[in-house]
Write a protein that binds this ligand. Sequence first.
Ligand SMILES: [Zn+2]
Length: 785
Amino acid sequence: MYIAAHPDDENTRLIAYLANDQLYRTSYLSLTRGDGGQNLIGDEQGIELGLIRTQELLSARRIDGGEQFFTRAYDFGYSKSPEETFTKWKKDSVLADVVWIIRKLQPDVIITRFPTTGEGGHGHHTASAIIANEAFNAAADPTKFKEQLRFVKPWRTKRILWNTFNFGGNNTTSSSQFNINVGGYNTLLGKSYGEIAAKSRSQHRSQGFGSAATIGNSYEYFINTGGNAPTINLFDGVEVSWKRIGKRGEVFQRAINDIEKQYNIQTPQNSIPALVALYKLLEKGGNDYWVVKKKQEVLQLIADCSGLYIDAYTSQPFAVQTGNFVVTTLVNDRLGGNTVLKSITLDGKEDVFDKVLRQNDNFSVDKKITVPLSKELTQPYWLKEKREEAMYQVADQQLIGTPDVQPAYIASFKIQIDGQVFTFEKPVRYRAIDPVKGEVYQPLSVVPAATIAASPNLLVFNKTDNRTQSLQTELHAYTNIDASITAGLVGIDYSGTQSGQVHLAMEQMQRYSFKVSDMHPPDEVYSVTAFANQKLNNDATSYHLSLKNIQYDHIPIIRYFYQDYVTVLNIHLKTVGKMIGYIPGAGDKVPSVLERMGYDVVVLDQATLSTANLSGYDAIITGVRAYNTNEWMVANYDKLMNYVKEGGNLIVQYNTNSNIGTVKSKIGPYDFTITRNRITDEHAKVTLLNPSHKLFNFPNKITNADFEHWTQERSIYHAGSWDNHFEPLLSMADPGEKADEGSLITTQYGKGYFTYTGLVFFRELPAGVPGAMRLMANLIALNKE
Ligand SMILES: [Zn+2]
């Protein structure tokens, strides 16, 4: 079991080697789902990013042969020390989860990516090693987490090691450490482990970890941190043959040896009788962990050797509450192995067939399923309950650790092979034929008859005008709706409703428009939520959930439900200037917030930037990582500098200098570098270095109060070693660290202004932080009088 903190921390090459060369049951336990990172492929943040990275890890494991597990810990963003990490995670709960997963998986060896001593950098990294080493002992201790012992037994892992590393400019390996060569070639797969690893690692697309295949000898190094140290093999002292379960294991070993000897790659079906006999033998072998595990594997071998094809799919993407859908089940015994389909169970109902399957004959049955209102919506289990600070809440102990969403429906096939009845389970999936991609399978989701959403999600009122603003709610039908519906908005001090008869076909929408005016004291944030009540005959149904779809090509469709709301802000905000050009980078939600603040935003992309007349823009803002992701910034450098020189105002949000990518163009009129300095404490003290600077006085007065109520962090990827023309304007320090002045540097150039800032406007503006809005308004007004 490999243990670290985030999706991408794991050593895919080692996992590929252990799973495919050594044939160990290999798993990666990531304490978090990577919710707090930055997203390279879209604008999803927080839990949505965690959902994407969960699926990327599952994709990676399908390639490298490992299994995937998580704890309930939420990735709240960068932290500089394990102490800081443990102020947000409930350490005992995370430890309990790791102990639980160890007791369930019973690993012989645990490997941590990071040491407990801090060389891993990120506070989560060090925390993951601290917890892994504590869990190594606690899992074996029957007095620890006793409540788990209802389901699992204490487990003593043989040893725990730190897999030392050489990356990020930090080499912790040494030739004197225990090491193994993981660069071998697998003749059955026709690949080196470095090739498998590169493919696996390249699944982390949201992090931009596309990597090259490595071939040739390559070594992994280890320092033993618990249990006795290995000398020859990671599994020194661990019995990995059938001797492990004692004398009775010899019987199994003999049967397996015979099957291997008889096996013919051209006629695998000839091995079925012997495999069925082995299965029966294992059935009598008790509930030993390995007997149970190997029984499952033998079952899979029996299916594989008979070319058994089993599927359960529907042509509808949704199972709609109060609606129905058709499931097609299909069974084919392609190689012919004395097979009888006994029954298929779906939605709790068993249909008995007793049908002899002739070789390579399709047997297919359609079944209509009615979805009651009481059928649970398909929601990732870790999002069912409200998160408490940095811990997901999961009521069902058995779900803790499991990686994925529970399938909505499972079809259970009882199939008799060579006299023995086996049960095979298949999740019911949505199947579609895409004209471009071909046959596509996606998860099936249970949804309500309608969802309701509100937009925009942020309304900004400023005290200088008395506008009313409009808000839309949208009723989205997943089935035909013909009913009287009352749609509305409700929040503190506000409620509005509209009623009427609604006729909607599936996938159609009904829109309602509401007027909202400011009615709250300044700087007080409040929210309104949308709902719709439906009356049909005497049945009343209420819709109050929204459904989010996240779709990328490299992972299955992700869906989750949430209660949509609109944040209403009534703040002191003056803006000067109107037209903003926004050059998108990796993806962020800043442009829509700028519109809420009263600006007109024009997106400048590769095609429009090169031809646009920039003189009409009051300011041009580059989206996060625009200089990392857009090669074409190079070609527009002179144009942007001319714009500034002629009186423009260019505001560059953070870019990285990390492995994600180097900056591809010169950025400012004068030199500066981009460092990895960051201020991770959202409460960190901020000093205005030059309080009389225009940035802090026009058109809004900026004070320390504007740095209150920030979220997750303050700033990242600070400027460093800047040219004398630049003026740093903010100084900040994380607790116990020395202050850094690189979060915002600005300079005049010609008649205009250039600013580089690591301040996380991409988090603070969508979160509706008033001070961040005022500061952005002042940045935009720098070239104005
Ligand atoms: Zn990490």
